[in-house]
Design a binder for this molecule. Structure first.
Ligand code: NAP
Length: 268
């Protein structure tokens, strides 16, 4: 029987008024090459309709723009700006470039890549809000923030997503995941596969044991753990490999027992 692999099998999550399937694609290593274009097209064929990029990611935005613009069928391309300088002027420069590279006149989800220690968050947020009011961006997200920074940003404009490092191996943002769950803010864990390099850490051994028992990859177990951790989690595994793309989507149909989920959760 033909295997049905689709991101739709992971269920959906809502970013403001946009609904996407709950496994997306991270593209920080995507280039503007035929292989990268084919991978992006394959991701869409497999039902992925959330793609994460950033102004900072080299050729990624250009590759996406050339491969798959114009974006239809509910596809959300999220980008980020302000990784090194989140002043209103720099953010506007980066946003204008991102719009050109992505070949669109509006970004569905625009994420502040980093809070700038030299610029009050309120000033940065006002800039993002003005981009929204001008219709250049649809929704605002944040990246690498604390619960306090998120609360501060929420005073200025609605925040639909937060993207912080989080995975089965690294749980330093548990309180933020809980806050986002409570407030229906989508949590996009970056480094979702957690650098599962087969280290001897207890949690990695646990992932490997469960993967062996279920006859699946370690990566599928790591992704399924994230999907089970909270219904607002939207993992964006990054890959350049069509085989890994399919492997990651198989996490959507993987059955992880309560016992295995608990063993992973407590093994850190
Ligand atoms: N907000 C931020 O500050 C921030 C920072 C970093 C990343 N990000 C975003 O988060 C996305 C994901 O993070 P990430 O790419 O750093 O980490 P990741 O998705 O956890 O891991 C990517 C690595 O895992 C490998 N891989 C993927 N699927 C695999 C599979 N099924 N089996 C074996 N290996 C597999 C990839 O290599 P192959 O190409 O060989 O598959 C790559 O080396 C990025 O693409 C980017 O969009 C955001």
């Amino acid at each position: 029987m033909l295997e049905n692999i689709s991101a739709a099998q992971a269920g959906t999550v809502s970013l403001g008024d946009l609904t996407v399937n709950r496994i997306g694609l991270g593209t920080n290593r995507i280039t503007n090459t035929p292989d990268a274009h084919n991978l992006l097209k394959r991701a869409l064929e497999l039902g992925i309709n959330f793609i994460d990029t950033a102004h900072f990611y080299g050729e990624s935005e250009e590759g996406i723009g050339n491969a798959i613009a114009p974006y239809g069928n509910g596809l959300v391309v999220a980008t980020k700006g302000g990784v090194n300088d989140a002043s209103p002027q720099q953010l506007r420069r980066e946003l204008e470039e991102s719009l050109k590279r992505l070949k669109t006149d509006r970004i569905d989800l625009y994420q502040l890549h980093r809070v700038d220690a030299n610029i009050p968050l309120e000033v940065t947020m006002q800039a993002l809000k003005s981009f929204q009011d001008e219709g250049l961006i649809r929704h605002i997200g944040l990246s690498e923030v604390t619960v306090e920074q998120l609360q501060q940003a929420m005073q200025v404009a609605p925040i639909v997503s937060v993207q912080n490092e989080y995975n089965v191996v690294n749980r330093k943002h548990e309180a933020l995941v809980d806050f986002c769950t409570e407030h229906q803010i989508v949590f996009i864990p970056w480094f979702p596969l957690g650098g599962l390099f087969g280290d001897t850490a207890k949690v990695e051994q646990q992932v490997a044991n469960i993967a062996r028992k279920l006859d699946v990859s370690n990566q599928q177990v790591a992704l399924k753990w994230l999907l089970q951790r909270s219904p607002i989690i939207l993992p964006i595994p990054g890959t350049l490999s069509p085989a890994h793309l399919e492997d990651n989507l198989r996490a959507a149909t993987l059955e992880l027992s309560d016992e295995d989920y608990a063993a992973l959760t407590t093994s850190i």
